[in-house]
Design a protein around this ligand. Structure first.
Ligand code: 2AM
Ligand code: CA
Ligand code: CA
Ligand code: CA
Length: 258
């Protein structure tokens, strides 16, 4: 794709996300319909559904060749990364959305023949839209975002996930012990955005494709590293324990986890 076409697409997706934010804010003033998916800790609301409907329709309008993988099932059955693949999480941090009315995000990742191309993390209440990709650069609310400093694990706060830390999977307690301390927000999108800005040195959690697709595009565009916690590459079509970190922290963490 021509760079100018990609830049135009980037602006159009950001406009769609701003429109989605306004609708979500309006719906937060009404009574939410909340349902359990697999457990009492795994929720979905009418806003997850309606926002996914909206985002999927916008993507189809902008890219008639889109294959869409969306968390709540509004998209297509995507079995290959060939062609134009869009990966959508309409509300990331639904538990926070329901119980805090804060600390949740919308996420979209766009891959062309498997190549990270555009990514979006929208911190709705913080009103921060992280957007871009390797060819167009990364912005926050339209202003260029500088790559975070390449600090090591001992020099930063560690974005953890409660289950991995409590169950001490992948030596998580030893990893956290070397950092300046753990932080747990309950939204992969918010925590990955904090790695993009350098507020966190790393983030590690068991995630599904829509939890990490957008973050991978943005992280790699800023010189950060996203792999599985065993050091193998992430697979965009399956779940895994995913680590996103500065290059130095990634090396240190992968060595501890071995
Ligand atoms: P979600 O809100 O879009 O489901 C903390 O729960 C983080 O892990 C959130 O980003 C959440 O995304 C994600 N997550 C992934 N799988 C989950 C599950 N089975 N239950 C709850 N959260 C899950
Ligand atoms: Ca969910
Ligand atoms: Ca999610
Ligand atoms: Ca979600």
């Amino acid at each position: 794709m021509e760079k100018s076409a990609l830049e135009q697409l980037n602006q159009a997706v950001q406009a769609a996300l701003r429109e989605a934010r306004a609708t979500v804010l309006a719906k937060m003033g009404t009574t939410l319909t909340v349902a359990e998916k697999t457990s009492r800790r795994d929720l979905v609301t009418n806003v997850d559904h309606s926002n996914e409907d909206f985002l999927v329709a916008q993507i189809r309008r902008l890219d008639p060749q889109a294959h869409i993988l969306a968390e709540e099932g509004r998209g297509d059955r995507v079995t290959t990364m060939a062609g134009h693949v869009w990966i959508v999480d309409p509300i990331d941090g639904t538990m926070n959305f329901v119980h805090q009315r804060n600390h949740f995000a919308m996420m979209i990742g766009y891959y062309v023949d498997g190549q990270p191309t555009l990514g979006y993390i929208y911190d709705v209440m913080g009103e921060r839209l992280y957007a871009g990709g390797p060819r167009v650069g990364v912005t926050v609310n339209g202003r260029p975002l500088k790559a975070p400093e390449n600090l090591d694990l001992t020099q930063g706060l560690f974005g953890a996930s409660a289950p991995l830390l409590i169950e001490n999977r992948y030596q998580m307690q030893a990893i956290v012990a070397q950092s300046l301390g753990p932080r747990i927000t309950g939204s992969a999108g918010i925590q990955i955005s904090q790695v993009l800005t350098g507020e966190l040195i790393a983030y590690c959690s068991y995630l599904r494709p829509w939890d990490f697709a957008a973050g991978r595009v943005l992280a790699e565009s800023l010189g950060l590293v996203m792999t599985q916690v065993d050091g193998t590459p992430v697979n965009m079509l399956s779940s895994g324990a995913v680590l996103v970190a500065t290059q130095r922290a990634s090396r240190t963490i992968l060595a501890i986890g071995k």
